[in-house]
Design a protein around this ligand. Structure first.
Ligand SMILES: Nc1nc2c(ncn2[C@@H]2O[C@H](COP(=O)(O)OP(=O)(O)OP(=O)(O)O)[C@@H](O)[C@H]2O)c(=O)[nH]1
Ligand SMILES: [Mg+2]
Length: 333
């Protein structure tokens, strides 16, 4: 398997409501069906229309399969699915499409994105826990729940607890006071749901701030772990400090031996891997970090300008170079 950042990525849009797709798309469901056409032709509303589209995709699975084959065996495929919840919690089409993909050899993981603002209100948090559990049980895939847009969370006021309370989902009894204050009428129901969530013990969350490179890389590592992709160091890398080579294996075999299980089973390392780090970045010291980042970007910008200026000077000293069309480069001043 190649290094995570070098793998060939193909994005497949399976959301028939996506009309302005903001990414390069290898396969687009709109060449099969669009929500707009379904609503117009069958007199359906947006929700019913979406269910129709997914059933249509299931009935025309060959269309998808043929296009996926063209991507080759090496492709890392990202399926963008519609956000309508019943598709991943109740309706059968997406689930059956997933089964067929798995049978054809795809090693899939479900990445369930929920807006982080749900954690700012105890009863909304209970509903997102319930939704996440339901999706996990319904889709039956390795599953990664994500609180997305965590960079915006401070806008919604102070949280009742630190972020790790919401991501680790360890003891929901602490929600009782908040639930009594915000929705006393449904407190019993909410607490019963909490105890159900705790009994299953499956739900937890990662976080994502899409513009934060470290956050994105962390999520990529989590998804790799879920799909069982393990990236081992190259064969000529050194034995990790403290490791003993009791097998006497030749150096070319060592990296796999040392890193396979620690990469697959060990704790995650790196920036944003610890939720306390996320809390500090986006909640506790957001302004300081923003200022620091802006200063870094300014520094990087100046370094790029300086490099361009030097290159230009060298070029001018040696006379202007010409590209294949015979044009001279523009001055970088
Ligand atoms: N600030 C911030 N904005 C984000 C983040 N992730 C997505 N967005 C923006 O939120 C908007 C809505 O995107 P999504 O939440 O992904 O939802 P969607 O794909 O439009 O909707 P569904 O497919 O129906 O779920 C877009 O403008 C994104 O650029 C994030 O982590 N931080
Ligand atoms: Mg979407």
């Amino acid at each position: 398997m190649r290094c995570p950042r070098q793998r060939p990525i193909a994005v497949v849009n399976l959301d028939p409501a996506n009309d302005n797709i903001p990414y390069p798309c290898a396969i687009d469901i709109s060449s099969l069906i669009t929500l707009e056409d379904v609503m117009r032709e069958h007199g359906l509303g947006p929700n019913g229309g979406m269910l129709y589209c997914m059933e249509y995709l299931e009935a025309n699975y060959d269309w998808l399969e043929d296009r996926l084959k063209e991507l080759g065996d090496d492709a890392y495929v990202l399926f963008d699915l519609p956000g309508q919840v019943e598709l991943s919690t109740n309706h059968e089409s997406v689930r059956r499409i997933i089964r067929r993909l798995t049978k054809s050899g795809f090693r899939l993981a479900a990445v369930h994105l929920c807006d982080a603002h749900y954690v700012t209100d105890a009863s909304k948090f209970v509903s997102v826990l319930m939704l996440s559990l339901r999706a996990m049980l319904h889709l039956e895939l390795p599953h990664v729940n994500v609180l997305s847009k965590v960079d915006l969370i401070a806008q919604y006021g102070e949280l009742d607890f630190n972020l790790d309370f919401y991501t680790e989902v360890q003891d929901l009894s602490y929600l009782e006071n908040a639930l009594t204050a915000t929705s006393p009428r449904y407190k019993e129901l909410n607490m019963a749901i909490c105890s159900l969530i705790e009994d299953f013990g499956l739900v937890g969350f990662e976080t994502l701030a899409i513009e934060d490179k470290e956050s994105m890389l962390h999520l990529t590592r989590v998804i790799d772990k879920a799909t069982g992709c393990v990236f081992v160091p190259p064969p000529d890398s050194k034995v990790p400090p403290g490791a003993t080579d009791s097998t006497g294996a030749p150096p070319t075999q060592r990296p796999n031996m040392y890193s396979l299980m620690s990469s697959a089973m060990g704790p995650m390392h790196g920036p944003r891997s610890d939720v306390r780090d996320v809390q500090e970045r986006w909640i506790d010291a957001r302004d300081e970090y923003d200022e620091h980042e802006r200063a870094q970007w300014r520094k990087e910008g100046l370094a790029v300008q300086e490099q361009a200026r030097k290159k230009n000077q060298i070029r001018q000293r040696g006379g202007p170079s010409r590209d294949k069309d015979g044009d001279t480069p523009m001055s970088a001043s």
